[in-house]
Design a protein around this ligand. Structure first.
Ligand SMILES: Nc1nc2c(c(=O)[nH]1)N[C@H]1C(S)=C(S)[C@@H](COP(=O)(O)O)O[C@H]1N2
Ligand SMILES: [Mo]
Length: 488
């Protein structure tokens, strides 16, 4: 009988695909557990999820933040531990790029070589034949494998390649705050809701996991000898001992690499961030770097509940300013500018005011819509006149974490010209409440929440941020190893 021959090229792609899927699932679980709740609405509350992991109950009588909700996903996740989301994201995006490239190469090869006919069913009879095959498997009348895939294989493989993988990619893209800030219409695919995309992205992950388990069981459980020979040496005519050796070596490599990846990551998250961001940030910049926020939600979209992330400052200085309704507070704008500024809250309120209703995306996973009112940053830039060498703008805040690191965040000078980058002193028509960043906070609507500094006291224009904090351009970048771009 004629048998199926797999070229070495396909065998290698198959192995890379397996590595990628395992790493994507593991890092995905880590990302999920930083906000272990899934919703069908973008008004995320602490009780309107359809699925949750972990058992933490948030107190009703005192302020809590979304950081308090994070759970430890355990050793199965990459890298494991609580709030190691930053490193998980570095893995997720790096591997996603490799995985998509592998997939496109595979599809390209199938098309060029004419092998697509093996993969893509060309008649409707495939469904009834697939049911037949399923029946054979269920009754343990295991069909003999031939030169082509059987109908069940065709349907499943085509479904995974042409439905499940695109679903994972599209729902993953829809999670980018930059993309949906620029094209809120993209979210219409998901009823205008990022949380629908997030939930479907999770479901895609579950389906991939199921596929791997069933696929491995079917291939190895029912056709062990043939499968081992085929996925290592490409043909059932191959030598079994050699095939098994290669198979076991690949398996050991997969397990060893995953253990190493966790240890390497947890051992030095700074180094991991440096290496992996170098790889994927250029891609992020190319695809998402020029996107500017163009969101126009309406009053009826405003969320009844808006989570808090970042406790109010505990310092005496802030307490005094607050006691006095921030009358003595002054915003300092300095650094590489022709015209340093010092403005009270009243001064700022006398300038042009811009209102915007936008969707906030926290890197941890939750969303909420609010109306923000304040001074456009491009007006500040016009007033202070940055010098030619000013490249970045750093926002310094009053809150200091338990290790003594003050909150700050840095953005590009060019981000200041985005229409929806403002210094907000109003939220939903009211003076900015304390927990949301009084007296003044940044809104840069195409970025993740951690870029939008609350409790601002000064703004510095700089050429480089290497000398500020730990040199990575922001408190979250410094201390929990988030990427600087914050666009996906
Ligand atoms: N000063 C300061 N600004 C901050 C934070 C913080 O801890 N301190 N947290 C950031 C994060 S991670 C998010 S998601 C948003 C949350 O804004 P909110 O508390 O108004 O919802 O604020 C950002 N700005
Ligand atoms: Mo956040």
């Amino acid at each position: 009988m004629e048998t199926l021959h797999l070229p070495i090229f396909i065998i290698i792609l198959h192995l890379i695909n397996l590595f990628c899927l395992v790493l994507l699932i593991r890092s995905g679980i880590q990302i999920l557990f930083d906000h272990p709740k899934l919703y069908w609405t973008d008004d995320t509350k602490d009780d309107n999820h359809w699925l949750r992991f972990g058992k933490k109950i948030m107190p009703k009588d005192k302020l809590w933040t979304s950081l308090d909700e994070a759970e430890d996903p355990g050793k199965l996740a990459l890298p494991g531990g609580t709030h190691n989301l930053g490193s998980a994201r570095h893995w997720h995006f790096t591997v996603a790029i490799v995985w998509v490239t592998t997939g496109l190469t595979y599809i390209g090869y199938m098309l060029v070589s004419g092998q697509w006919q093996r993969l893509i069913p060309t008649d409707v009879g495939v469904f009834s034949r697939a049911i037949d095959t399923m029946y054979h498997y269920l009754t343990l009348n295991i069909p003999v494998e031939g030169a082509t895939y059987n109908a069940l294989q065709q349907l499943t493989y085509a479904g995974v390649v042409f439905v499940l993988a695109p679903l994972a990619i599209i729902t993953g893209l829809a999670l980018s705050p930059a993309l949906v800030a620029k094209y809120p219409g993209f979210l219409r695919l998901f009823g205008g809701r990022r949380q629908v995309a997030r939930s479907l992205h999770f479901i895609a992950m579950v389906l991939f996991t199921l596929f791997i388990l069933v696929h491995v069981t079917m291939a190895l459980g029912f056709h062990f000898y043939d499968s081992v020979k085929r996925i290592t040496l490409g043909s059932t005519d191959a030598d079994f001992a050699l095939a098994l050796t290669i198979f076991l070596m690949a398996l050991i490599l997969l397990v060893a690499f995953n253990i190493w990846a966790s240890f390497f990551t947890l051992g030095d998250q700074v180094r991991l961030r440096r290496i992996l961001t170098k790889f994927y940030t250029p891609v992020v910049r190319l695809l998402f770097g020029r996107m500017k926020s163009d969101q126009h939600y309406t009053k009826k979209d405003i969320s009844p509940f808006f989570r808090v992330n970042g406790y109010p400052p505990k310092s005496e200085e802030y307490a005094e300013l607050k006691a006095n309704n921030f009358k003595n507070w002054k915003l300092k704008v300095y650094g590489l500018v022709e015209n340093p500024l010092e403005m009270s809250l009243e001064d700022i309120k006398d300038l042009r005011k811009q209102d915007q209703i936008t969707k906030h995306n926290c890197i941890q996973g939750w969303t909420a819509v609010a109306e923000w009112g304040g001074l456009p940053m491009r007006d500040v830039v016009e007033m202070c006149k940055p010098k030619a060498n000013a490249k970045y703008v750093i926002f310094y805040c009053y809150d200091i974490d338990d290790d003594g690191n003050a909150y700050y965040s840095g953005l590009r000078l060019s981000d200041m010209f985005d229409r929806q980058t403002i210094l907000a002193y109003e939220m939903n028509g009211e003076p900015l409440p304390i927990q949301y960043g009084a007296p003044l906070r940044l809104r840069c609507e195409k970025k993740y929440g951690y870029k939008m500094a609350k409790y601002i006291h000064s703004i510095e224009f700089v050429e480089s941020f290497a000398h500020i904090g730990k040199g990575r351009g922001g408190h979250r970048e410094d201390n929990v190893f988030f990427d600087w771009e914050a666009a996906i």
